[in-house]
Design a protein around this ligand. Structure first.
Ligand code: CU
Length: 162
């Protein structure tokens, strides 16, 4: 091989190397990274919101004439700020907090106090006790009490626009 041909071969190798690097970077940037970021990774403030949204289960709520059941019946929570909701049972009998439409949160599971294991207080929210649920998506979440269907409420989770 002459010096010119050696240079030529080296040039081709260099070009092949540059193309290979380019293909690898392209694969990583345009195929691998977008696929990896499709996994449902929740923002820290969504998993650990700074504030709690509180609902009270009213005294006498089992009675349909009571007028007050979940207080407030409609409540807005902000995703990443106050999307952890706690229901406190201020009544003297047990109630549930049960989704109307079978909503299952990808992080928290089914929105229903009856889904809780016994050691976490389930299935009922007994007098003086709490039920808490972390909503990780924007949406409207209607719910009711299973033994007392006249008890109805709704949580609306909105985006944080501040
Ligand atoms: Cu009830």
């Amino acid at each position: 091989m002459g010096a010119l041909q050696q240079n030529h071969a080296a040039g081709i190798s260099l070009i092949a190397f540059i193309v290979a690097v380019g293909v690898s970077v392209g694969f990583y940037q345009f195929i691998y990274v977008p696929e990896a970021s499709q996994k449902p990774v929740l923002r820290r403030e969504v998993v650990e919101p700074a504030e709690i949204t509180e609902i009270t289960i009213a005294e006498g709520a089992a009675n349909a004439e009571n007028g007050a059941f979940y207080i407030p019946a409609d409540k807005r929570a902000i995703l990443g700020v106050s999307n952890r909701v706690i229901w406190h049972n201020a009544d003297s009998i047990a109630h549930t907090v049960t989704t109307d439409d079978g909503y299952r949160d990808t992080y928290s599971g089914v929105f229903d106090s009856r889904e809780r294991p016994k050691e976490e207080g389930g299935p009922y929210v007994i007098p003086g006790e709490d039920f808490e649920f972390l909503f990780t998506k924007v949406g409207e979440y209607p719910y009711h009490c299973e033994p007392h269907p006249h008890m109805a409420g709704q949580i609306e989770v909105v985006e944080n626009f501040s």
